[in-house]
Write a protein that binds this ligand. Structure first.
Ligand SMILES: Nc1ncnc2c1ncn2[C@@H]1O[C@H](COP(=O)(O)OP(=O)(O)OP(=O)(O)O)[C@@H](O)[C@H]1O
Length: 368
């Protein structure tokens, strides 16, 4: 198990949340308990129980089915049974069950339940302020629900991310703003948490867990990941020299970079918070296609299969709904009021959905 990237403990986690707001992306990684991706179902339990948070780290060699996601180990079965209702749920990577969240007097989430399965591309939509970003932060373990549970690969997570409660799954969160480090080059931004010196010299109060990668290896990987998002020759530029769309792509490269000397093969779920907000229609298309391309069902810009097992996109943009996701969850007043396939969105007779799809002022959604 390559202990790459940055590890955190619960005690420093509030600090981490602050760091994420400034850096724009984070990744929470729990080392693999199960090897996923081989056709065999053999499980190899790691004794390591550490949580990693970093800007990167998709697994390599994740299989394109769930056949490898079997938990034959007796202890694993016992743990997983808590979160399973039926056997078919073996492909559920993330489940929110009856989640509530308030901020002071504001009740934001009022019993949200859904599952994200291996291979899914899911959009969360709904009016502003209805709690979409809050759902992502709860899934990522940055916020704890007041009530209800989050299950990660069938195992209940207690409170914020806990190394005792999670099985091998990487969760990456790409924040709404690309939010690159202004004083670092593109190369340094993308390789940020693979690079011990940068991490150690930053204000980031996280414990750096040595990557075995050399400077040259990191540099090569950065170039490779930038190419994967369609950016070449920008490594030495500063963020201020990039367009908004390019910044988003750099942020995406940062979110998918992975220590390829690592042997870990956890599936990875990426959470995108409004990845196309503020982009022109063509730049949006580029980002939407990139999101598709880093999924394991897609091919990236250098025609390699992507590594992301599943992803969730919070968006308001119709083009992103149409182009980047297959299934939609509609959140309104803190509850899921509609779920359906993307193609059903514009034809739905549900009054809330049809009002939202048409942008009409008349209907059940009222802005004060
Ligand atoms: N840490 C926080 N403290 C207090 N209030 C918060 C916090 N985070 C979110 N909120 C409030 O919770 C509500 C939901 O916020 P959230 O960002 O999840 O909504 P959203 O559906 O993603 O909105 P938008 O579509 O406008 O981005 C908002 O009223 C917001 O002000």
């Amino acid at each position: 198990m390559a202990a790459n990237m940055v590890s955190i403990s619960n005690s420093v986690f509030p600090t981490l949340a602050g760091v994420q707001n400034s850096s724009g992306s984070c990744r929470i990684v729990v080392p693999s308990r199960n090897k996923l991706g081989s056709s065999s179902s053999s499980s190899s339990f790691s004794s390591e129980k550490r949580i990693f948070c970093c800007c990167s780290a998709p697994p390599r060699n994740v299989g394109d089915g769930i056949s490898g996601l079997k938990f034959n180990d007796a202890a694993a079965q016992e743990n997983l049974s808590v979160g399973r209702e039926v056997e078919d749920d073996s492909d559920v990577l993330i489940e929110c069950r009856d989640v509530y969240k308030s901020f002071g007097e504001k009740h934001i989430l009022n019993g949200v339940s859904f599952k994200i399965r291996h291979g899914e591309a899911v959009g969360i939509i709904g009016p502003s302020g209805t709690g979409k970003s809050t759902v992502l932060k709860i899934i990522a373990g940055l916020l704890a629900p007041d009530k209800g549970e989050v299950y990660i690969r069938g195992r209940k997570r207690r409170g914020l991310i806990s190394d005792d409660d999670m099985s091998g799954l990487r969760i990456g969160l790409v924040f709404q703003s690309a939010a690159l480090f202004d004083s670092l080059t593109v190369r340094e931004n993308v390789g940020f948490l693979l690079n011990a010196q940068l991490s150690m010299s930053s204000v980031v109060l996280l414990r750096y867990e040595n990557s075995d990668m050399s400077e040259d290896q990191i540099s090569e990987l950065v170039t490779e990941n930038l190419a994967a998002v369609g950016l070449k020759g920008v490594e030495e530029r500063m963020p201020s020299e990039l367009s908004g769309g390019m910044k988003k792509r750099v942020a995406l490269a940062r979110s998918i970079i992975f220590d390829n000397t690592s042997e870990s093969v956890e599936p990875e779920v990426l959470l995108y918070d409004e990845p196309t907000a503020g982009l022109d229609p063509i730049a949006s298309t580029v980002v939407e296609d990139l999101i598709r391309s880093v999924h394991f069902k897609g091919d990236d810009a250098v025609e390699k299969p992507g590594n992301i097992a599943s992803y969730i996109v919070v968006t308001h943009q119709h083009s992103t709904i149409r182009r980047a996701v297959d299934r939609l969850i509609f959140l309104h007043k803190g509850k899921i009021v509609w779920e359906g396939m993307t193609h059903e969105f514009t034809t739905s007779k549900d009054p809330i959905v049809s009002q939202f799809a048409s942008g009409s002022l008349d209907g059940p959604i009222q802005y004060q």
